[in-house]
Design a protein around this ligand. Structure first.
Ligand SMILES: *Cc1c(COP(=O)(O)O)cnc(C)c1O
Ligand code: SF4
Length: 332
């Protein structure tokens, strides 16, 4: 069989088999049926999507489970809130060529896919028009020319959506293409897949990353230590062994991780999986996510307390993304 027509692998089946039906999710977790009408209504806007292996890490019967709250559509999302917008970080205006976002010195972000294996309710890209911004449809040359006309760019960041939702072949093809641009030294992947479906870290992907001439940085996205189970640890350990630098970014989320104990345990659990905390983001003000907001005062207080309890290398930088700024802005 031709490799491009290979059967879907285990992880691809897991993506395809993700839970999309709110009734099924509530049923699996033995949650009250009264949550259903709002979940159905709100998921018309931004659909429910959550892989079964991620649901397995949630506690049955607990409607406040910190993993469940990241994916369950709630009525609160339908409320509009002052200052919350559809493109809160100015990604649409920062596109240099379609799908190529150049906001910060020395690095560009390439949106390689709109697909994610999980739909996080607080996601700042929940309103992003991916279909119009795919650089790889026929805009690859424009992206390449843009990079070459900006010799300061040394790092390419694959983002999305989730870049690891591309097949191994497609991803390898993109990486090989980028390797042809000599000025690029570092490849960074922003992905939630090693956490939500650890089976994604398969031998083909590890080989592809290991064979690259690039320094490789992977920024994963974990908000709560319950997301890090044994399989996730195995996947991350394999990436570490393949010389991938592993960093984590979290979003500070009300009711999920907005207390010192949770953040402390998260940092320690990440380190146990070979990952260093990188950023703790103040929420992007995206419409539908206002109920997750934590005040700056409380966020800074958390950082003070965290710093008193952890070695410096386990304390993430507290930042906010601001449209038009030259970097993520430190709050602390
Ligand atoms: C966050 C982000 C980056 C990376 O910023 P770092 O501070 O280097 O992590 C790059 N480009 C865009 C558009 C971003 O949003
Ligand atoms: S881009 Fe990241 S945060 Fe947003 S839905 Fe996808 S995985 Fe979740």
């Amino acid at each position: 069989m031709h490799p491009n027509h290979a059967l879907p692998s285990l992880w691809q089946n897991q993506v395809a088999d993700a839970i999309r039906n709110p009734a099924e999710l509530l049923d699996l977790l033995a949650l009250p049926a009264k949550l259903l009408p709002q979940a159905i209504a709100v998921s018309q806007q931004f659909p429910l999507r959550v892989p079964r292996v991620y649901v397995n890490r949630m506690k049955k019967g607990d409607q406040y489970d910190p993993l469940l709250l990241q994916v369950l559509p709630l009525a609160a999302e339908a409320q509009t809130s002052a200052g919350f917008k559809t493109d809160p970080v100015g990604d649409l205006t920062a596109q240099s060529t379609p799908g190529l976002i150049h906001k910060y010195h020395g690095r560009v972000l390439l949106v390689v896919t709109g697909a994610c294996a999980i739909h996080c309710r607080y996601c700042f890209r929940r309103h992003f028009p991916y279909s119009q911004s795919n650089p790889l449809a026929n805009n690859w040359q424009k992206a390449q020319q843009y990079i070459e006309s900006n010799p300061d760019i040394k790092e390419i960041i694959l983002s999305g959506g989730d870049p690891l939702s591309l097949s191994d072949n497609r991803l390898a093809q993109i990486i090989r293409q980028l390797e042809q641009i000599p000025q690029l030294k570092t490849l960074r992947l922003h992905t939630r897949l090693p956490v939500v479906i650890p089976e994604r870290i398969n031998p083909a992907l590890l080989t592809c990353l290991q064979d690259s001439r690039f320094k490789i940085v992977m920024v994963i996205h974990v908000n709560h230590s319950n997301e890090l189970d044994k399989m996730v640890k195995t996947a991350l350990t394999a990436l570490h062994a393949a010389k991938v630098t592993l960093l984590n970014q979290s979003v500070l989320l009300k009711g999920i991780n907005d207390n010192v104990t949770t953040l402390k345990i998260l940092s320690e659990a990440l380190f146990n999986c070979q990952v260093l905390p990188y950023y703790l983001h103040q929420l992007d003000k995206v419409s539908g996510a206002a109920h997750f907001e934590v005040s700056d005062t409380h966020a800074c207080q958390l950082l003070t307390n965290l710093q008193q309890q952890l070695p410096g290398y386990l304390v993430p930088k507290l930042v906010r993304e601001q449209a038009g700024a030259l970097s993520k802005l430190p709050l602390y």
